[in-house]
Write a protein that binds this ligand. Structure first.
Ligand SMILES: NC(=O)NCCC[C@H](N)C(=O)O
Length: 483
């Protein structure tokens, strides 16, 4: 990979036109998750590998390339997907791989990092230590060529069905390995053991790949506290865990940090100290959400669509849900929610850190961001999961109705299964188009990505949604145009 473009990392918003991102397409490890282990590996179910790749994720790759690196794909779709080509376009180890410097596949980056002998020694030793491999396995791994080694380290599989260590099926959720904040990268510390190897690989890639050479001093890591090592019980409260789904850059001066099932209060505290000390942002808002599998990270309950449009779960809204039993709703909203099931929002400013500002609900915060950080003047629009109707609100949030990826302002990718949320988008004036149809129109030159506005692109999702993440999770933006 070359460094043709000067700016590699720069993200100052959630909605500026996406120019470069890190992704990882489902590797063979996903096809080896067994039912009794699915939950340990943070999947809701086992998935069908061929379907998740060919019928689902490949569309994501195609649409990303069309928006970010069109010369790789425009006019070539028929040939790319011809059965004779055996999906080689999507496979990093094959000569026909798409090799885009805009839509960057992690397996390919890792292979390039592993070309350096010294790094290969260190990384193989680290992976083997984490996974408890034998010395013989470690030696065997060192003999592999870089592309094959990269594949083995990610999938856990040497060849055929020879499994050396567990797969890391959640590596497709590249959002959770790190987050670009302005010109910095904040590396993550996963809460779940199943995601430990992902963090290790991300660390080696950012610290060693030539692509990020100019940014080595801009890589931020948050350490564990000694309280956590020394105090078995109270130490837990001091545990530092942080996953990218809990971090959102909403403007160049303002960062949101979720405190959730995955991101600890101690991590939020460290992020605040570090980012203020280095003057990376001026304002950090901590959003404490219930520690619940349903919500996992803040990006599972809201994401941004446009400067003045957000999609969110109504449960964290000030509005009463459009529920058939209004009394029950009143009870739930006023008394029914346990204390730790409520959302808490506290905003810190660098210049007056001792005077935090509190927000009562999510809409209040998001409205404040749209108006005061992004300069919107009109009405701020909220689109609710499941059109705010019970039980579709919760059902669709579970299948990532709130976890959308903005390719540019107003043009978002979401799952096709979230019918009521899609209905809400339509009612708010958005166009809705299935990805297959859109790709055909791109190929025929009927539409161009640059001309698209206010559109939800519907992506096939039967298998992907079982992994419990949407396109926001499946992306780590490296470069976005400023809004
Ligand atoms: N940012 C996100 O919300 N990521 C989704 C991660 C899903 C994955 N199965 C996990 O539980 O970690």
């Amino acid at each position: 990979m070359t460094k043709k473009d000067k700016t590699i990392l720069h993200v100052t918003s959630e909605v500026g036109t996406l120019k470069r991102l890190l992704v990882h397409s489902p590797d063979s490890g996903l096809g080896r998750v067994v039912p009794s282990k699915a939950q340990d590996w943070l999947f809701e179910d086992i998935v069908h590998l061929e379907t998740i790749r060919r019928k689902e994720y490949d569309y994501y790759t195609k649409i990303l390339l069309y928006f970010l690196d069109p010369q790789k794909i425009h006019g070539k779709l028929q040939e790319i997907d011809a059965p004779d080509n055996k999906r080689n376009f999507y496979k990093p180890e094959k000569p026909g791989f798409f090799r885009s410097e805009k839509v960057i596949e992690l397996e390919w980056l890792l292979a390039e990092v592993l070309e350096d002998h010294e790094i290969r020694l260190k990384l193989v030793a680290s992976v083997c230590a984490v996974e408890g491999c034998s010395y013989t396995t470690q030696t065997q791994l060192l003999d592999l060529p870089p592309a094959q080694l990269s594949k083995v380290i990610i999938s856990g599989t040497l060849s055929g069905d020879d499994l050396l260590f567990p797969p890391i099926p959640n590596f497709i959720f590249t959002r959770d390995i790190g987050i670009v904040i302005n010109d910095y990268v904040l590396l993550n510390k996963p809460a779940k053991k199943a995601r430990t190897r992902e963090a290790l690989l991300a660390k080696y890639i950012f610290f060693n790949h030539p692509l990020f050479e100019r940014y080595r001093n801009n890589i931020l890591e948050i350490p564990d506290t000694f309280h956590h090592f020394l105090l078995p019980r109270d130490g837990d409260e001091k545990k530092v865990t942080l996953e990218g789904g809990d971090v959102m850059v909403v403007s160049k001066d303002h960062l949101l940090v979720g405190v959730s099932e995955r991101t600890s209060m101690e991590a939020a505290h460290q992020v605040i100290n570090m980012l203020f000390e280095k003057s990376i942002v001026k304002k950090i808002t901590v959003i404490k959400i219930p520690k619940k599998r349903d919500y996992m990270h803040i990006d599972t309950i809201f994401t941004q669509v446009k400067r003045d449009v957000w999609v969110m779960l109504g449960a964290f809204s000030k509005k009463v849900m459009k529920h058939e039993d209004d009394d029950a709703v009143e009870r739930i909203l006023e008394g029914g929610l346990k204390k730790d099931e409520k959302i808490k929002i506290i905003q810190f400013r660098k210049k007056a850190i001792d005077e935090p500002k509190f927000f009562d609900n999510l809409e209040e915060l998001l409205t404040d961001i749209s108006r005061n950080d992004l300069g919107c003047e009109g009405k701020i629009k909220f689109i609710y999961s499941g059109n705010n109707k019970f039980p579709y609100d919760t059902r669709e949030q579970w299948t990532d109705s709130c976890n959308l990826l903005a390719l540019k302002e107003g043009v978002v990718l979401g799952y096709d299964r979230n019918d009521k949320t899609v209905e809400a988008f339509r009612e708010s004036g958005f166009m809705v188009i299935p990805v297959k149809e859109l790709l055909e129109q791109f190929e025929q030159g009927v539409i161009h990505p640059a001309d698209m506005e206010d559109t939800v692109i519907l992506m096939p999702s039967a298998e992907l949604s079982r992994a419990r993440g949407g396109f926001h999770c499946m992306s780590m933006p490296l470069l976005r145009e400023d809004v």
